[in-house]
Design a protein around this ligand. Structure first.
Ligand code: SF4
Ligand code: SF4
Length: 435
């Protein structure tokens, strides 16, 4: 029997991550990263991968990468029969500039829109709009949850590495996950209904691409089936470079008019604590009174807030790193509810530290992640609209199509059934290109 490899096991069929075996020096850093960040006993559960791609960020020789699909996107862009849309996730705008000698944390959104138009995308949209829909649906869900005196902990579900962890290791808590779709899931749902109808387009001729900081989203969009391709930030950099685009010199453009507006609340989905802050802003509106918010504890990975209003007192935690949420799950198993609402993000400082983000020097990564996070907070502070429920485009989409948050139609389009995902997870195909 050959010697056991020190490298983490990456299945050829893995929808998120690829390893070029010829480059691998078998140093074992990827396995250590995985074990430390996700607390999975790799030698035992070797074939379970949450798809977060944190191993890509730490491999010293570049043997690991996202499963590349950008060449397929280029083919679609050159196919005159296809209408190609692209939606930009919040965390991409303050990181992609790094690959073009623009300081990390700088918001290059308008140059990026210009670049995407230049390479031939027919429509460019903002996933921040989808994030606002997630807030509307999730805040309403939390509102109803808090009314229920017996209500247990509600966990966010927009991080696919986290939902995959629950599916594999704590399936008894799938029913505790918010059923509101992630921002990308929402975006796909609106594009396939409202957008196609308004523009009188046939879904057969349309390709929906999304660019995200996240490798795990590749699996999520397969499960959701509304978007066609998820490119990581790092893949989009390869695509733009192949098309000789330099973001530094690209003419700035604006988003397409339909579904244009995103709020500051939607933007901070890209950094830790952002989802819970965004949800609390809208929950306060739903409860029709301001909240008093006190920080009970805070460290690098966990922040606990106590929220008080005349109707209710409740606790909200934001947690990064899956291993840091395990004590909360263990307490739940013992019948103890520590918090009412918990935001869970797998990656360091949230999606700004995602496995699909640009690869810089390993030593500088933490500094870049902080800059990206500060960049998103700055966009939020300066935003004309800071709350999802004040987004006029979101209001219009509800008024003219989906009626109201958690309406019967919104339930069909904007919510997921995690119990069902559990049964289809086995069949993820891999028509994903490996180069
Ligand atoms: S970190 Fe990279 S080089 Fe080291 S074992 Fe993993 S894939 Fe191989
Ligand atoms: S934290 Fe964000 S980037 Fe990281 S796995 Fe979760 S969704 Fe993806």
């Amino acid at each position: 029997m050959g010697k056991e490899k020190k490298a983490v096991f990456i299945d050829k069929e893995n929808p998120s991550i690829n390893r070029i075996e010829a480059k691998c020096i078998d140093c074992g850093v990827c396995k250590k990263t995985c074990q430390e960040k996700e607390n999975i006993q790799r030698d035992f559960y070797k074939d379970i991968c949450l798809g977060c791609g944190q191993c890509i960020l730490t491999c010293p020789v570049g043997a690991l990468s996202p499963k590349y699909q950008y060449k397929k996107v280029l083919d679609y862009l050159h196919d005159t029969e296809k209408i190609v849309t692209i939606s930009i996730a919040p965390a991409v705008r303050t990181s992609i500039g790094e690959a073009f000698d623009i300081p990390s944390g700088e918001n290059v959104l308008n140059q990026l829109i210009g670049a995407l138009k230049k390479v031939g995308f027919d429509y460019v949209f903002d996933v921040t709009f989808g994030a606002d829909l997630t807030v509307m649906e999730e805040a309403t869900e939390l509102f109803n949850h808090l009314l229920d005196e017996e209500g247990t902990t509600l966990f966010t579900s927009c991080c696919p590495a986290w939902t995959s962890y629950v599916r594999h290791f704590y399936p008894q808590y799938l029913s505790h996950l918010s059923t509101a779709k992630s921002p990308i899931g929402m975006q796909g749902a609106v594009l396939n209904s409202y957008f196609l109808e308004k523009e009188r387009l046939d879904r057969k001729n349309v390709i929906h691409v999304v660019v995200a900081p996240c490798t795990a989203k590749k699996e999520e969009i397969f499960l959701e089936k509304s978007m066609d391709i998820c490119l990581t930030t790092s893949e989009l950099i390869l695509l733009l470079k192949e098309e000789n685009i330099d973001l530094k010199t690209t003419k700035e453009r604006e988003f397409d008019l339909l579904l244009k507006e995103g709020s500051g609340a939607g933007t901070i989905f890209g950094r830790k604590g952002g989802v819970s802050e965004a949800v609390l802003r809208t929950l306060s509106f739903l409860m029709a009174e301001p909240f008093r918010i006190k920080t009970l504890s805070m460290d690098e990975n966990t922040r606990v807030l106590q929220v008080t209003c005349s109707k209710k007192k409740f606790k909200v935690a934001s947690i990064t790193g899956i291993k840091n949420v395990i004590p909360v799950l263990k307490e739940l198993e013992n019948g103890n509810k520590l918090y009412d609402f918990v935001e869970v993000m797998n990656c360091e400082d949230g999606c700004v530290g995602g496995g699909g983000q640009p690869l810089g020097a390993i030593k500088k990564q933490q500094m870049f992640i902080k800059d990206r996070m500060d960049g998103l907070s700055k966009i939020d502070r300066r935003a004309k609209i800071r709350c999802s429920h004040e987004n006029m485009d979101v209001k219009m989409v509800y008024d003219t199509y989906f009626m109201y948050p958690n309406s019967p139609l919104a339930k069909v389009y904007f919510h997921r059934d995690f119990q069902k995902d559990k049964s289809i997870i086995e069949g993820v195909p891999s028509d994903i290109e490996v180069i």
